[in-house]
Ligand binder design. Structure first.
Ligand code: 8OZ
Length: 366
């Protein structure tokens, strides 16, 4: 039995305007179980409600618009049908005593023409192709070459985020998380490896961080700052073989300092490489970056209970987001607290199988 008596991880916490029953967060998890319309149904509501003892659920990444899509079977939040589907989810989570924020996602260059409206090229900061594959209704395909967004298109892009934020509000979410991580659109603007623009959205660090800042301000205008968080991944190299920024400490440090006046609910880092090693590379000090942020901080990536307790005791995190452990352990909070064995869900259960491997993981008997 592990000793959880000396940690406050299982006690209430406040992140901005979000009141959490505990400091254990469910990380955003793409599960690829939606239909082509991206509309959640009762099965998805059950899945999230089963995990509602987390202090906060962060939804799987949700496409903000048809152009934002990069994978088949992922959800959307721009249509009325999607709002109604997500309302089933948020009602079920709230009935189970939980809180849930919507993660707002745009994949940028990481898409395929078959996933795009009218078979158009995906949009990105620059016309640089990623190296990698995605899923369409036909199966695995190489991602397509994107086209560079025109400067005059940026206001409409920001309006898509604002519209999605309004949809999330009408769908009953408790807030939103801006997905500016994992080498998707907003991080493609942040990194000089994927942003070769010469307008106000490229070049200097101030310019490369502009889109993330303007998107964050737009969703704050809808939600108020205390209900908006942001996810960043300064050290993640692995989506589409996107190289790291040439100076992550400067780029992400500048972004964080420029976000401070916005008084966000939280900053959420993927610590290390998303879904991989925690401790690379040597020239990126995530704790030092985090220390530049004035508000609450959610740590994520490869945590177990011991690491969560330790980093909480060191004052390095306000809350800890667990991802994969929540797949097979819907009652992860209770299991961590009681020292119960954790189920290891197989990779085969992660994506695209309907209810199997999704809602059929039992909670421990009381
Ligand atoms: C796994 C598979 C597809 C997408 C991310 C939204 O990494 C994702 C994602 C994860 O942020």
């Amino acid at each position: 039995m592990k000793n959880t008596a000396n940690t406050d991880l299982f006690f209430p916490a406040t992140l901005g305007a979000l009141q959490l029953a505990n400091r254990i967060v469910m990380a955003p998890l793409t599960r690829s179980r939606m239909g082509e319309d991206g509309v959640p149904n009762a099965m998805h509501a059950t899945y999230y409600a089963q995990r509602a003892s987390a202090g906060l659920l962060i939804s799987e990444a949700i496409n903000i618009s048809p152009q934002a899509r990069g994978y088949a079977a992922t959800p959307g939040i721009w249509s009325e049908a999607q709002v109604a589907g997500w309302k089933l989810v948020t009602d079920a989570v709230h009935a189970a005593g939980g809180k849930i924020v919507a993660q707002l996602w745009h994949v940028g260059r990481y898409s395929h023409v078959d996933l795009q409206p009218d078979g158009q090229a995906p949009v990105a900061p620059s016309a640089l192709k990623a190296q990698g594959t995605t899923y369409t209704a036909q199966g695995v395909v190489e991602v397509s070459t994107p086209r560079a967004l025109e400067t005059h298109e940026i206001p409409a892009l920001i309006a898509q985020y604002r519209h999605a934020a309004e949809c999330a509000q009408r769908a009953g979410f408790d807030g939103v998380e801006v997905h500016s991580a994992n080498c998707y659109l907003l991080e493609q603007f942040l990194r000089d490896s994927t942003n070769q623009r010469t307008d106000a959205y490229g070049g200097s660090i101030e310019n490369r961080t502009r889109l993330t800042r303007e998107v964050t301000e737009a969703v704050i205008a809808v939600w108020g700052s205390g209900r908006v968080g942001i996810r960043l991944s300064p050290a993640t190299p692995n989506v589409g073989n996107t190289p790291l920024d040439s100076d992550p400490m400067a780029t992400y440090g500048h972004l964080i300092q420029r976000l401070n006046p916005l008084k966000l609910a939280y900053l959420h880092f993927v610590e290390g490489a998303t879904g991989g090693a925690r401790d690379l590379p040597a020239h990126i000090d995530l704790d030092a970056l985090r220390a530049q942020f004035d508000g609450a901080y959610i740590g994520n990536n490869g945590y177990d209970l011991d690491l969560a307790v330790k980093r909480r005791a060191q004052g390095l995190v306000d809350a800890v987001a667990f991802g994969r452990p929540f797949i097979g352990n819907p009652d992860l909070v209770e299991r961590l607290q009681s020292g119960a064995e954790l189920v290891q869900a197989s990779h085969a259960s992660y994506y695209g199988r309907g209810a199997e491997g999704y809602t059929d993981w039992p909670a421990l008997q009381a």
